[in-house]
Design a binder for this molecule. Structure first.
Ligand code: FMN
Length: 399
């Protein structure tokens, strides 16, 4: 593969030469791009000698084509190591003052960032906020290790080992295309069940998990159909978005598109009850108590479970208690292949948060806990496990 290696101006810049060597050994083509500060620590010559290519350093040294654009188009992955606090800030905010940062904006493939800095710089809210922005953009951050730092302090901030960075690169390269040829149907968001023409019942689902799943599947090469309840999120790129309001509409759209899909991920928080006969006019305020009889909505997950055939079905269970027990019950009763058990009710993970912490429950009895991470990262981990399941099922059926 063709890899762009961005080098920032940190003390760990010399370790980036080791990464270049390792990537060359793995038979990648490596093109180094250095910032001005990086060249204070190590010379472009080192990378040129290791990679067999002229190191790019100057945005304005154009000979023929506009190099930062052509270079962006010709490569499969961009890794920045070390990603300094300054570079992380520039990338998060879209500043494009030199070759590397301009190239970053022109590059559309996967991005891996390996930060390295002093522990206080790492823990600074500005750095963490910038990293959060980059993670939400779908970039892979290889967290620094902990230990003695060049500044004399001890703590997190040390550049991850070249082997760890290379392993993350390999995984991101696989993820670029590993859902090619698949059609993934994702449901997201809450539903709204009208009580009269102006009122409705709904829930606190923001749709962020489902949208992250749709984005991740599309980035990995799948054709994606996203059936979404009402949310305040931008439509993901390269995704067919079908907007619905009620549970019944969601059921109808999902069942219409089910024949197209090989993988179904049901992340929507569908209302369990609705008013089957909605009054034509607004219900007037009175001093007396009003009561309404609610009927159950169609159970979409159970219906897909009954008709699923060869499809892989991933359900979600949002629970406020007995998470694993409820998740296992739902996995079996709805005929899912995987159940994502999601504790909701707290403020840091779950419904409205950008982060999530879940347990993946499999039919084999296996449980895979996923530590707290941005929803986009959780989405990628879910698809990693879905693909493993698919491989295992194919092997089992001798296909
Ligand atoms: C000796 C020395 C070591 C430095 N090490 C780091 C470092 O490890 N990480 C970091 O974020 N900044 C470090 N800095 C600060 C950066 O060099 C500075 O913020 C620079 O503007 C980063 O440029 P860049 O955006 O090209 O990476 C160091 C500075 C000096 C003088």
């Amino acid at each position: 593969m063709r890899i762009l290696l961005g080098v920032g101006g940190g003390i760990a810049a010399y370790k980036s030469a080791e990464l270049a060597r390792l990537l060359m050994e793995q038979e990648h083509t490596v093109q180094a791009v250095m910032t001005a500060a990086a060249q204070k620590f190590i010379t472009p010559l080192t990378f040129a000698a290791l990679t067999g290519r002229k190191t790019l350093t100057d945005l304005f040294a154009i000979e023929a084509a506009i190099e930062h654009i052509s270079v962006a188009q010709e490569h499969d992955l961009l890794v920045v190591a070390p990603a300094t606090a300054d570079l992380i800030g520039q990338l998060a905010n879209g500043l494009a003052g030199d070759f590397l940062t301009t190239l970053y904006l022109a590059f559309t493939g996967p991005v891996v960032l390996a930060p390295a800095m002093n522990v206080n710089m790492w823990q600074h809210p500005a750095t963490q906020a910038n990293l959060e922005t980059l993670r939400r953009r779908g970039h892979r951050v290889v967290d620094p290790g902990s230990g003695y730092l060049a500044c004399g302090m001890t703590g997190p901030g040390r550049l991850a080992d070249p082997e760890t960075i290379a392993a993350a690169i390999a995984q991101e390269l696989r993820r670029r295309t590993d859902l090619e040829g698949e059609t993934v149907l994702v449901t997201a968001g809450p539903t709204e069940e009208p009580l009269d023409p102006v009122r409705f019942i709904s829930n606190r689902s923001s749709g962020k998990m489902g949208y992250a799943l749709a984005e991740a599947a599309a980035a990995r090469g799948a054709r994606v159909i996203l059936v979404s309840g009402p949310v305040h999120l931008a439509a993901p790129r390269n995704v067919e978005l079908i907007q619905v309001r009620t549970a019944l509409e969601m059921r109808n759209r999902v069942m219409e598109r089910l024949p197209d899909a090989g993988i179904v991920v049901k992340a929507a928080a569908v209302a369990d009850f609705h008013l089957s006969k909605v009054p034509d006019q607004k219900v007037k305020k009175t001093a007396a108590r009003v009561s309404m009889e609610l009927d159950p909505t169609p159970d979409i997950l159970a219906e897909i479970g009954r008709k699923k055939g060869d499809r892989l079905l991933v359900g979600f269970a949002a629970e406020t208690q007995n998470l694993i027990q409820e998740g296992r019950r739902k996995l079996e009763s709805k005929n899912c292949d995987m159940l994502v058990a999601n504790l909701v009710g707290g403020s840091e993970v779950g419904f409205e948060s950008d982060q999530n912490e879940v347990v993946l429950l499999l039919r084999t009895g296996e449980s895979i806990p996923l530590a707290r991470a941005p929803k986009r990262e959780i989405a990628d981990r879910i698809f990693d496990e879905v693909l493993k399941l698919r491989l295992a099922l194919h092997a089992e059926h001798g296909r």
